[in-house]
Design a protein around this ligand. Structure first.
Ligand code: SIN
Length: 371
């Protein structure tokens, strides 16, 4: 039954947000099950395997595209799920980039308004010692890295105006652009340009509210989403919140592509879950970081950096979304000018989640009192 003022999406969101045990409903999608091919509403996808060479895939830490397991879900044309196509030992690099490199200036993050530039410019340095020595038995003050909720790359998304601006831009990381190029090409999008990134950082009690990614000026290009660390429930809905969403599990290494008729669907992440299989980290991290340096793009994750990432990931999930903002050859409309220095005051994207959990409320209070 819907409560007054509650839409079908929110009802399911609340169900998954609150439940301590997992409600496995009909229609629930677990792409890592023994035989996802046998699920009536999943279709195996033939990727455009010839368009990406094995070497180009390996250069960004991916298996040859012919070995990827990719699925369409009935009822969601344009939505594609690729079940962890990363090479063993290579997700480590992307986790390290999300924690050590991408939060650095000139990129923008949620802590910028509350920290001195020095702190904000190197969250890693100020957090690494504490994370390395973290004991699960001792409660300790959160490190800055653990307070990180989002980072923006390329054209920086403005959370207040929900727009991107020509003047508020920094160079898009080359390695992430190459990863995105490889995935989009294999999925048949030969002209995709990685122009903006939003990285989301989750802990075990975090969630991401119901939203549509519609701020990009070109919706004909796909939105790519990469997940690392602990697992999560992803809810994929319809063009209106009155459509009940389909729940699906996302595990470390999984990639989602939202394109075509699925590009503007409502979606949300109501829950982070420990990865299945026991142990602190997903099995894909059981090998040490690969030290193969043959890639011109990737600087392998050192064992010492991995110690810090490992400690962080034991109770966290990282998601990187990559978007094309402008259509090919397009530019920003005139009314988008004059916002070059506008810095987001709030984080409406995450706070769109109307049921902020205690952890987030605690954080925002602590940050406010530090102002
Ligand atoms: C998003 O919707 O922008 C991120 C989803 C996720 O964390 O998987």
């Amino acid at each position: 039954m819907l409560e007054q003022g509650e839409d079908a999406f929110r009802k399911i969101f609340r169900l998954y947000r609150k439940r301590t045990s997992l409600p496995i409903c009909p229609g629930w999608l677990e792409f890592r099950s023994e035989s996802p091919e046998s699920v009536a509403w999943l279709r195996t996808v033939e990727l455009s395997v010839g368009s990406v060479s094995d070497q180009d895939a390996a250069n960004v830490g991916l298996q040859p595209p012919r070995q990827w397991s990719a699925y369409h879900v009935d009822g969601y044309p344009g939505f594609l799920f690729i079940s962890n196509p990363f090479l063993p030992g290579w997700q480590h690099h992307w986790v390290r980039q999300c924690l050590k490199l991408y939060p650095k200036k000139p990129n923008v993050c949620n802590l910028d308004l509350h920290m001195s530039l020095d702190n904000a410019s190197d969250l890693w340095s100020s957090s690494q010692a504490q994370l390395r020595n973290k004991s699960p038995k001792r409660r300790s003050e959160k490190t800055l890295l653990e307070k990180l909720r989002w980072v923006t790359l390329g054209f920086h998304y403005n959370w207040d105006t929900k727009k991107y601006y020509r003047e508020h831009q920094s160079p898009f990381p080359m390695d992430l652009a190459a990863l995105s190029h490889c995935v989009s090409l294999a999925c048949g999008f030969s002209s995709f340009k990685a122009e903006a990134g939003i990285l989301n950082y989750y802990h075990m009690d975090s969630s991401l509210g119901i939203h549509v990614d519609e701020s990009e000026l070109d919706h004909s290009s796909p939105l790519l989403s990469f997940s690392f660390g602990q697992s999560s429930i992803f809810l994929l809905g319809g063009l209106s919140r009155d459509v009940a969403p389909t729940p699906m599990m996302m595990h470390s290494g999984d990639i989602m592509v939202m394109s075509g008729a699925s590009r503007l669907l409502y979606h949300a992440v109501p829950r982070i879950l420990r990865h299945p299989g026991g142990g602190d980290l997903p099995p894909c991290f059981s090998l040490p970081p690969s030290s193969d340096v043959s890639s011109p793009l990737i600087d392998p994750c050192s064992p010492s950096d991995w110690e810090v990432c490992k400690s962080y990931l034991q109770s966290s999930r990282i998601n990187m979304t990559v978007r094309q903002v402008l259509e090919e050859g397009g530019s920003f409309p005139e009314e988008y000018d004059g916002h070059s220095k506008k810095v987001s005051q709030g984080d409406s994207y995450h706070s769109k989640e109307e049921m902020q959990d205690a952890e987030e409320q605690g954080l925002s209070k602590r940050l406010k009192s530090a102002e």
